[in-house]
Design a protein around this ligand. Structure first.
Ligand code: ATP
Length: 310
């Protein structure tokens, strides 16, 4: 398996390759290139100037979702760039500190994806213990994490401005009262949903399978369904289509045939058959068919599969 050094270099190759694409190729390339450049600037010129990424002071808040995966790939790319510009004789990090707060039961497919990507991207992944009877809050879980890893000063979070409570956030800020003290590092606030998909699909990296089943945002098992706007039978006017064909066909390393195969087999999974994912909305039938998550590019509809608790 590739080392963290090789994985960071690979992520750098993906990012730099995306930045070299001609903006005319596809509708989302230009805005995604701008988004990547802004994230790189924030990580390299602001975050790495305050905290050395090789000192163990920076951790990643990771739940296997598409947003933190984008953040992880761009972050690893920056790590490689930082290393190349520095004077260290060898890559000084074997694993990236990361935390997954699993307060509730997780989708099995997401759990598997988190385990798989923790190995793939060399995350030293802390998993908060499940507290089935004692309801503990996210803030308390982070408090326990930071007590165990007191060296950590900043935590990368894949939040975007269009997420709930994201509107007023800035890229680097202290936690609110009621939270343990650390710096929230939020370098992808400005990314749109379309840019997330354009970049991830082009990257050719594996993504959590739930997205190919019509999920667009992954919350608690009991409060998340596939996005109703992606239900095929509801799309009588054919409003939904794949706007990332170009990214699929020209995906990184030109694994055209391989990539095409992946997407096609993913597409078959759109027919939702796994009973374990039907726990949220009782109205979902076994044979309901959905377009894949990336068929939806409207930020305002991204969380429509999230069900508010009764
Ligand atoms: P998606 O919206 O598709 O679920 P995502 O999970 O990456 O993608 P959000 O759900 O909006 O994005 O969450 C924002 C960010 O908050 C994540 O990217 C991650 O950094 C952090 N986060 C959310 N839930 C957890 C968790 N349970 N453990 C660790 N970090 C989390």
């Amino acid at each position: 398996m590739a080392s963290l050094e090789e994985t960071s270099q690979h992520c750098n190759d993906i990012v730099e390759s995306y930045l070299r694409l001609s903006p005319n190729e596809s509708e989302f390339i230009k805005c995604t290139q701008d988004a990547i450049n802004e994230t790189k600037r924030c990580i390299l010129d602001e975050i790495f100037c305050k905290w050395c990424p090789f000192s163990g002071e920076i951790s990643l808040s990771y739940n296997g979702g598409k947003d933190c995966q984008v953040l992880l790939i761009v972050y690893l790319s920056c790590l490689w760039e930082y290393y190349k510009k520095g004077s260290q004789a060898s890559f000084p990090l074997a694993e990236l500190p990361a935390a997954f707060i699993s307060l509730e039961e997780c989708f099995p497919k997401l759990q598997d994806f988190i385990e798989f990507t923790a190995m793939k991207y060399h995350l030293n992944l802390y998993k908060s213990p499940l507290h089935p009877d004692k309801k503990i809050k996210m803030a308390d879980a982070f408090d326990i994490y930071l007590n165990e890893f007191p060296r950590i000063k900043g935590i990368l979070i894949g939040i975007r401005r269009t997420d709930p409570f994201g509107e007023k956030l800035v890229p680097i800020e202290k936690t609110d009262s009621g939270w343990p003290e650390f710096m929230r590092l939020q370098p992808i606030l400005h990314w749109s949903l379309a840019s997330v998909w354009s970049f991830l699909i082009y990257s050719n990296e594996p993504i959590c399978e739930l997205y190919s089943m019509g999920f667009t945002s992954l919350g608690k098992v009991t409060e998340t369904d596939p996005n109703p706007y992606l239900m095929i039978e509801n799309d009588k006017d054919h409003n939904r289509s794949n706007r990332f064909n170009w990214e699929e066909e020209h995906a990184f390393q030109n694994q055209k045939e391989l990539n095409k195969e992946n997407i096609e087999s993913d597409y078959e999974l759109v027919n939702v058959t796994e009973t374990s994912i039907h726990t949220a909305g009782n109205q979902i039938h076994r044979d309901t068919k959905y377009y894949p998550g990336w068929y939806l590019t409207d930020d305002k509809l991204e969380r429509c599969g999230r069900i508010k608790p009764a």
